[in-house]
Write a protein that binds this ligand. Sequence first.
Ligand code: THG
Length: 262
Amino acid sequence: MFVIGELINGMYSNIALALKDHNKKIVQTCALEQIASGADALDICCGPASQNPLIDMPWLVETVQEVTDKPLCLDSSNPKVIQEGLKAAKNKTIINSTTADAEKLEILIPLAKKYKSKLIGITISAQGIPQNKDQRLELAATILTQAGEQGFPIKDLYLDPIVMPINVAQNQIQDILAALLEFKLISQPSPKTIIGLSNISQGSKVRSLINRAFLTMAVASGLDSAILDPKDKELMDALITAELVLNKNIYCDSYLEAYRKK
Ligand code: THG
């Protein structure tokens, strides 16, 4: 599982504060803690609090790059913000994200090719977030077709079925798990799959346990990558154990210690 740490996000009050006076230390500590906890890459998102994401995104990228060479997942719905992040990036990058809309695909696929970046395609369109598995598959197919036509390597494409909070869309969670399995079948070679895990528990009271239960199910549905809180130790232990149960890692009594440090 390719783990992308979610904590450098202006949605969190410490990062919002760091963005206000460009406090490097807060961001760099957050980066290093996530990596020490097992993150393979870091999501970078200015969030709604940022007054000037065109400045803040490259500042975050440069600040994080001073302390790590892990890949950076540039998270914005504005392609211009993503482009500023790409320009500043020396580390490998993942564009997060394009929707299935033509105007986004026409900008972001060429950008991903130009910067040799991976690309996340979320199954959202101008019509909004899909309500069931078939709508998710249709949007995934649109993204895959466009990527294929533009010569983007499908192995570098991550499809995201968009996880909905369980307290508002409980009936969709099984569809999301089924979509993860079926995305893999749409094309050969298969695209990769990704989710924003913590979405599922937004607004719920028992957050960590819901995240943990859902992650193990998503792993069983072939999930390749997740944006999550790597500092949640029980979550990371559940992830390692799920991969063990699925025979992706070899068992030994000390498997948690053995695989924690990969
Ligand atoms: N798919 C893709 N990218 C994404 C998401 C996705 N990026 C953003 C998001 N979803 C994943 N990242 C987070 C980060 C934080 C939270 C949820 C998802 C979160 N934050 C607390 C909250 O809102 O309650 C903030 C709490 C606090 O302020 O401390 O839950 O799905 N491709």
